[in-house]
Design a protein around this ligand. Structure first.
Ligand SMILES: [Zn+2]
Length: 95
């Protein structure tokens, strides 16, 4: 799989959609990922850390950078504290 090396800090109002080899998919807030991995982390760092909640494997087969609008930009710029409800759907989100 081609792993994008985009710096998270440059896309912090976006989300990452990770899809596991087993077909499970989940979205992770980039701002939240920065909070966990730091400002020097890039997209491939997230992919390497992500573990699937369905099959337990680290086998992300696809990652997409998703822009969901400006609604959470203000929070993302604060302290990396964002709503993480989108992670609680049992997908590829355990960084
Ligand atoms: Zn899986």
């Amino acid at each position: 799989m081609k792993r994008p090396t985009t710096l998270l800090a440059t896309i912090q109002s976006h989300h990452l959609y990770l899809e596991c080899a087993c077909g499970r998919g989940a979205e992770v807030s980039v701002a939240d990922a920065i909070g966990r991995l730091g400002h020097s982390a890039n997209v491939s760092d997230v992919v390497e850390k992500a573990r699937c909640a369905a099959c337990g494997k680290k086998s992300v087969k696809e990652v997409r950078i998703v822009y969901k609008g400006a609604s959470d930009t203000a929070m993302a710029g604060a302290a990396g504290t964002v709503d993480s409800t989108c992670e609680d759907d049992g997908g590829v989100s355990d960084l």
